[in-house]
Design a protein around this ligand. Structure first.
Ligand code: CS2
Length: 492
């Protein structure tokens, strides 16, 4: 058996594996990252690795896992090092990344995490925690007091475990100590993620620490950012291939695609890594980039996840190899593009062609079931927002109604062959009760799911131009099955 990856064995990695072009141990930590899953390790940590190699600085990362402990133990056993496999059409390359200094599990960190948040060396807190972890009620523009982490942290703000609670307690302690606040950088797929998080943090502070709220409002920077890199969950094959290519065993290896993009608003009052070394683009306003990516990439992803999963296509690449589904993916991207304002320097048709190629990458095993999770958190920005825009502009709405109908069929929780699957959605209980009250009637089901609070805005659900095709498609899917509807839709 090979030796385990770590500082002591790094030099013995096979030549084929790229290694950090700097001495990791000689750089201090300047970033606390919340949510140290595969996506962070395939994206921000890699840009930081490039920045350290090119421009140096004390910018290594303390990575925090809010839920699991496995990834924390694996990374710490390897001194934070891990292998990134990049899978393209011309093969797979391996790179060992050195930007993570240490990892911490929030659940068992005690004071350690708060000490790191308070540390003057920490200049930036970055986040990839997924849509549902923020505890923000986006429709109301407020915190969601019913969110378990928010409720717990409001009850005990000095001992937080959720996103808003941790940020507010960290900022409070810094203020008390006379330490400048850290900048907060959300890297989740949410529209205007910086603005949104700022609103949530201030609203939380107003309840828990009223005097701190004004300070946060005045002094804390929350730049928005758009992130993009398709990163499937790592599996045994990932670890086995990392070991083959590096000659070292790595329990934290991950795999990703060659493409990577990061667009960031440059508002870091106390400095930042030279992320441009890894190709990050700094702009004044991220919103148009974010909207394009959320609607064209993520919107098409959600549509194909539901239609594909229900058609028995396990991976995105299988969907793209299915002519009818591939055509619907293309149709969806075109409808999404038609809802966007022009963005200088961006050719939307070329962007769509590149997305289609990325989705088709035969080396990436991205599960439709993975993308299908958390639909109620994803649909508002991916499907509902462009649908409203399409109604207003008079551009095609049907592709969005189709996507919503596929999600509704998926909500039944069982395939046409009768196999059941878990929905994996924070609103699972409300969905289940909508499904059972509908008793198999498509129009009642559509009405009940459209009425779930905060998924489809009133403007959309009351508009017949959206509702009628949705009910029609869902009715046919439930009567005839998914496949004939997909075929017919692709012929339209
Ligand atoms: C996907 C995203 O799981 C999902 O919902 O749509 O994770 C997607 O792969 C990334 O945003 C790509 O950058």
């Amino acid at each position: 058996m090979s030796e385990r990856l770590g500082s002591a064995t790094l030099a013995s990695a096979r030549d084929a594996a790229a290694r950090p072009a700097y001495d990791p141990a000689s750089h201090g930590t300047g970033i606390v990252h919340l949510g140290i899953g595969a996506f962070h390790r395939a994206h921000q940590a890699v840009y930081t690795d490039d920045a350290l190699a090119q421009a140096g600085g004390d910018w290594r990362i303390l990575g925090v896992s809010l839920r699991s402990t496995g990834v924390v133990d694996a990374l710490n056993a390897q001194d934070g090092l891990y292998t990134l496999l990049t899978r393209g059409s011309d093969g797979t390359t391996a790179r060992i990344v050195g930007s993570i200094a240490t990892a911490v599990a929030a659940a068992r960190s005690g004071e350690r995490l708060l000490v790191a948040l308070q540390d003057p060396a920490t200049k930036i807190v970055t986040l990839t925690v997924t849509e549902k972890a923020y505890g923000i009620d986006r429709a109301a523009g407020d915190v969601d007091e019913a969110h378990p982490a928010v409720a717990a942290d409001l009850a005990a703000p000095g001992n937080p475990s959720g996103v808003l609670g941790l940020l507010v307690e960290g900022l409070r302690r810094r203020r008390l100590a006379g330490t400048a606040p850290f900048a907060v950088l959300s890297c989740d797929n949410l529209p205007e993620n910086g603005k949104l998080l700022r609103m949530g943090v201030i609203a939380f502070a107003r309840r828990a620490r009223p005097r701190l709220a004004d300070f946060i409002e005045r002094r804390v920077s929350f730049p928005s950012s758009m992130v993009d890199r398709i990163t499937p969950a790592a599996g045994d094959e990932t670890l086995a291939e990392a070991e083959r290519l590096t000659g070292l065993r790595d329990e934290a290896a991950i795999e990703t695609e060659p493409f990577s993009q990061w667009v960031i608003e440059d508002r870091f009052p106390h400095g930042r890594p030279a992320w441009e070394a890894g190709g990050a683009l700094f702009v004044d306003d991220v919103a148009p980039y974010e909207q394009m990516k959320l609607r064209m990439l993520n919107g098409a992803h959600s549509m194909l996840a539901y239609a594909g999963f229900l058609s028995g296509r396990g991976f995105v690449r299988d969907v793209m190899a299915d002519p009818a589904l591939a055509l619907l993916v293309r149709r969806h991207m075109a409808a999404a593009a038609a809802t966007l304002k022009p963005l200088s320097g961006i050719d939307r048709a070329a962007y769509a062609e590149d997305l289609l190629k990325r989705f088709s990458n035969p080396a990436i095993a991205h599960q439709t079931y993975q993308i299908a999770m958390d639909g109620t958190e994803k649909l508002p920005q991916r499907i509902a927002a462009p649908a409203i825009e399409a109604l207003e502009r008079g551009t095609p709405v049907r592709p969005f109604a189709f996507a919503a109908a596929m999600w509704m069929r998926y909500c039944l929780g069982r395939s046409e062959a009768g196999d059941t699957y878990a929905l994996r959605d924070p609103r699972e209980a409300a969905i289940a009760s909508a499904v059972s009250s509908a008793g198999g009637d498509a129009s009642v089901l559509a009405g009940a799911l459209l009425a779930l609070p905060d998924v489809f805005p009133e403007r959309l659900r009351s508009d017949e131009a959206f509702r009628a095709p949705l009910v029609e498609i869902l009715g046919r899917v439930m009567a005839e099955g998914v496949r004939p509807v997909v075929e017919a839709e692709a012929r339209m």
